[in-house]
Design a protein around this ligand. Structure first.
Ligand SMILES: [Zn+2]
Length: 170
């Protein structure tokens, strides 16, 4: 299930013009996908931007995006961010005994990857959400993650946690 940051009923601001989006449905957005007709969507008409919503409560999943930005977010997810955590079980000497263990490693890895990206981008954890990014943030995230491996992120995470624990003790 995707992380949820926006409240149900809130009209998210457009990622391009900042104006509150208009609530609509997939019937208007996905002309060729009748199966998505009932989905709640949020659109900004002047910017030709839209974003999907949480299936159960209809909360926006991010800020509406135009075609270019949707492509940039998708590329960041598919070609950079997701492979990092999805392939985590195959890195660094893990030997997951079953599918449940594999999923657990991936979930922990995903949380670390988001924390790492947020720290690098100077974003508070609640703002590290690719569906909220604009094109410039997608480019920045791409640059920051390029060449980074999951074991590096894991090491960063452990060092970060140690520093935080020390900070609390002091
Ligand atoms: Zn707009």
């Amino acid at each position: 299930m995707p992380k949820q940051f926006r409240k149900a009923g809130e009209l998210p601001p457009c990622a391009h013009c900042g104006q509150p989006a208009r609530k609509t449905t997939g019937e208007e957005i996905y002309l060729n996908h009748p199966d998505l007709a009932d989905r709640i969507m949020y659109a900004c008409d002047p910017c030709k931007a839209y974003v999907g919503a949480h299936k159960t409560n209809g909360a926006a999943l991010g800020r509406p995006a135009n075609a270019e930005l949707r492509k940039a977010r998708q590329a960041l997810h598919d070609r950079m961010f997701d492979p990092l955590w999805e392939n985590a079980p195959e890195t660094g000497g893990y030997t997951p005994e079953d599918e449940v263990a594999r999923k657990r490693i991936q979930n922990a890895a995903r949380a670390r990857c988001y924390a790492f990206l947020g720290a690098r981008m100077n974003l508070a954890p609640e703002h590290v959400h690719i569906a909220e990014f604009d094109v410039e943030q997608c480019r920045e995230a791409w640059r920051l993650l390029k060449g980074v491996t999951y074991p590096q992120i894991r090491d960063w995470s452990k060092a970060h946690k140690r520093a935080a624990d020390k900070g609390e003790a002091a």
